[in-house]
Design a protein around this ligand. Structure first.
Ligand code: ARG
Length: 566
């Protein structure tokens, strides 16, 4: 497949050697509408060097340029040079490439096997897995897939919140009000209720807070009773979490939670001490960050217990030593911006230049029908309810619209879960989103089910055609506007993936695939596909097959299934 932008830049450079190839490439733009061609080159920048108006320059260039075979014509419009690609050449070029590369269309090897760690999902044990964690999970999973597709070696890490003062609270709550069997039956909800009850009771009885702190100190000191309760809470919760990941179709290379670093903390503290970075303040130990306009990074409380940041520093050192990452990406909501800036700074102050390779990818908060999600007060939407709710809704729709569908259960799961993931990835990640049942499961508009349905429709057309599709077709039949629009979008896919990777922004792919689905549906509505004329039928099927493959590849990168029937 030709890199049209590159080719055209080279062509233009032959006529204007004054500009670097890179400059020309940056200037070459895709016009807002296709009447202005496929590419446009603005001549403003040349005016100064050539001492002519950009209009004149454009006019002169048009007369000089020797048109290559992939270009149909070049036209000057004011200060712009508009390039119209040869439609037949273009469509053939793209369709041949897609039908050859298939599930690899769009894949590129910019990563060259270099390692990227992606720290995502990371719910907290004994607290619920809520829709905020869902966002981290789906964004992280998409980033994993995108990087993988671009040739990186990805390591997905679930940095579970399985250590910290909240365990002291849950232990106190359990000892006061807990029932063993209830935890075994429904660990996440029962532990959450205990956690919420702890906070309710502590309002009137602040001594509970002291008790909780003592229990956490005991945990860190290796107290047997404390640890066995902690271990039990963790194992029960983890079993439950794995069920959720299984429904979501997300997996991790490592489940190394915060507790994994317990035995690696002392050496970190020693190293910080050795590098004279530690300060005492009211009994606590911290790294002063005043000079960098940040509050201090607390590494040890006055009771000697460690903190979230301490464990993050230990984890980063461990990962650098063991995986030698080129980049380590952390996906959390933006309320943790300061936390990451603080400890990234500490790593830098420790003298590690790779501090620059630590990347925080923040996302917006999730509110539920306008309300903040708060664990302590118990106003949470549990992910499990969201997912099972979604699957149920899809089942009802399938029963109503397509009761004879094969594999109903699987399709309901793929579409229900797909709707939730797509909804979450639809917005620019930094935007706050309000979770609402209605928009998440809407089957119209820019939603997952709409895209999945478009894919299934393409599959069904192909099946009905009863014919093998290949790229050996008459491309003269595929040069109308609507068809070329589809192909144009298909051509953009590899670049969209690169942009999504560079910006850590999976929503670029979500938006792209909606555009492609819409363009395909226009094609489908305008053109009969299984027509009598065999030559025409064969040509149109090549477009259907190409569209289907690219929609599937895009959904794949988002971690969403593409059922063939629905
Ligand atoms: N458990 C944390 C939370 O729920 C997220 C952890 C993110 N990863 C990290 N290395 N800090 O907020």
């Amino acid at each position: 497949m030709i890199n049209y932008k590159m080719k055209l830049s080279e062509l233009i450079q032959q006529y204007i050697p004054q500009l670097e190839l890179k400059e020309i490439q940056d200037l070459l733009e895709i016009p807002p509408n296709t009447e202005m061609g496929d590419f446009a080159f603005p001549c403003f920048k040349l005016a100064k060097t050539l001492k002519k108006s950009p209009q004149i320059i454009a006019e002169e260039l048009v007369n000089k340029i020797d048109i290559p075979n992939y270009v149909e014509r070049v036209k000057n419009t004011g200060p712009y040079l508009n390039f119209f690609l040869d439609r037949k050449y273009f469509v053939q070029d793209i369709v041949q490439e897609v039908l050859k590369s298939r599930s690899k269309y769009g894949a590129q090897n910019i990563g060259d096997g270099k390692t990227i760690c992606i720290d995502f999902s990371a719910p907290n044990i004994a607290k619920p897995f809520h829709v905020g964690h869902l966002r981290s999970t789906v964004i992280g999973n998409a980033l994993y897939r995108i990087h993988n597709y671009l040739g990186y070696n990805c390591i997905g890490i679930n940095h579970l919140g399985d250590w910290g003062t909240q365990f002291g609270k849950v232990i106190v709550a359990y000892k006061n009000w807990g029932v063993k069997e209830e935890i075994e039956k429904d660990p996440i909800n029962t532990l959450l209720n205990l956690y919420v009850k702890f906070h309710d009771e502590a309002v009137n009885k602040p001594s509970l807070e002291d008790e909780a702190r003592e229990w956490f100190v005991k945990m860190e000191a290796g107290d047997e009773e404390a640890l066995s309760l902690w271990k039990w809470f963790s194992t029960e919760t983890l079993k439950e979490l794995k069920k959720i990941y299984e429904i979501l179709g997300v997996s991790f290379d490592y489940f190394t939670g915060e507790s994994f670093y317990n035995d690696k903390i002392d050496s970190v503290i020693n190293e910080l001490k050795g590098k004279s970075l530690l300060k005492e303040s009211e009994g606590a130990t911290l790294v002063d960050l005043d000079e960098y306009n940040m509050p201090p990074c607390l590494v040890q409380k006055k009771d000697g217990s460690t903190l979230y940041a301490t464990r993050d520093i230990a984890a980063a050192l461990y990962r650098k030593n063991n995986y030698d990452f080129e980049k380590c990406i952390y996906v959390t909501d933006y309320s943790q911006n300061l936390h990451f800036s603080q400890w990234f700074k500490v790593i830098e102050l420790m003298g590690y230049t790779w501090a620059n390779d630590l990347v925080h990818v923040p996302f917006g908060r999730v509110t539920h029908e306008g309300k903040r999600i708060q664990t302590r007060k118990g106003t949470v939407v549990l992910l499990e309810d969201v997912l099972t709710g979604a699957i149920e809704r899809v089942k009802e729709i399938v029963e109503e619209k397509n009761p004879n569908l094969n594999n109903k259960e699987q399709v309901a799961k793929d579409v229900g879960v797909g709707a939730v993931i797509f909804n979450d990835l639809s917005n620019n990640r930094i935007k706050d989103i309000s979770f609402s049942w209605d928009t998440a499961f809407s089957f119209e508009g820019e939603t997952g089910p709409y895209v999945q349905y478009t894919h299934a429709r393409a599959c069904s057309v192909l099946k009905k055609s009863n014919q093998n599709v290949d790229a050996d077709v008459n491309y003269d039949l595929l040069t109308d506007d609507i068809t070329v629009d589809v192909v144009r979008l298909i051509q953009q896919f590899p670049q969209v993936i690169l942009d999504a990777q560079r910006k850590n922004e999976p929503s670029l792919i979500t938006r792209y695939v909606v555009d492609l689905a819409q363009a395909f549906n226009r094609f489908y509505n305008q053109h009969h596909i299984n027509v009598e004329d065999q030559e025409l039928k064969k040509a149109r099927l090549a477009i259907v097959e190409s569209s289907k493959l690219v929609i599937k590849n895009a959904l794949d990168l988002l971690g969403i299934k593409a059922p063939e029937e629905m």
